[in-house]
Design a protein around this ligand. Sequence first.
Ligand SMILES: [Zn+2]
Length: 289
Amino acid sequence: MRWKRVQSTDVIDERAGGGGLPGGRVAIPGGLGITGILIYLAISLLSGGGSSFAVDDPFGGATQAPGVQSPRGIPASQDPERDLKDFSVYVFERTQQTWEKTFREQGKPYEHAKLVLYRGGVQTGCGSATSAVGPFYCPADQRVYLDLSFYGDMQNQLGASGDFAWAYVIAHEMGHHVQQQLGTSDQVSQQQQDHPDQRNALSVRLELQADCYAGVWAKTVYKDLQPGDIDEAMNASRAVGDDRLQRQATGTVNPDTFTHGTSAQRSKWFSRGQQSGQPGDCDTFSGDV
Ligand SMILES: [Zn+2]
């Protein structure tokens, strides 16, 4: 994807000693309830292989002495993740612009999402989280949380590489922001409370819609795409299918525990959004998915 460095007032860089958790590896799963954080990756992957996300920083970032406070943000000249950060900010800004425009055209109010870059652990409006959960969106504070080290994890452990695979991840999380703005996430949370037996099935539908919205966004930037970009996103959406993640982690597959959809479903809905470009074609809540 062709891109350029842009400034954004909606990005909070906490990588250099912001609101993270001490040590960065202290998991507090209590904050990860289904009505709170919508987790991008299936938990089964994490519990299936404890070490799978505890990787070394692929960019060899500097470590921070305990208790040392540093100003927010890392100077660009000293930032080993500079390009990845700037690309992420660019994609985030473009998704935000796209959705703001769409909402405006439909006469609906739109509140900006924020992007929080962190490293290791972070405090959110949905509780504490570590980067082990993967990129996620918290509806309570309307923020997308991104540990840039997931880029390397995605490539090395999920086999999803390329800049547009990464763009798909960010666009998917922004799809959750759209759902929050439209009230869809609240409705689904309510239905999940009313029908606990439908909890996972509803989660799958919500996630597939976020994939479809990511596809809708991909269509809007088609002029800036390069050969292979859509393939990268399609490959990434297959890589994070519940069936594939479970098989990879445990060797078996249990469809009742799916929360995000199969590889086939995820790539299908991304593709549908990408071909149509119309959010209205992303109705994953009626009929089969
Ligand atoms: Zn999601």
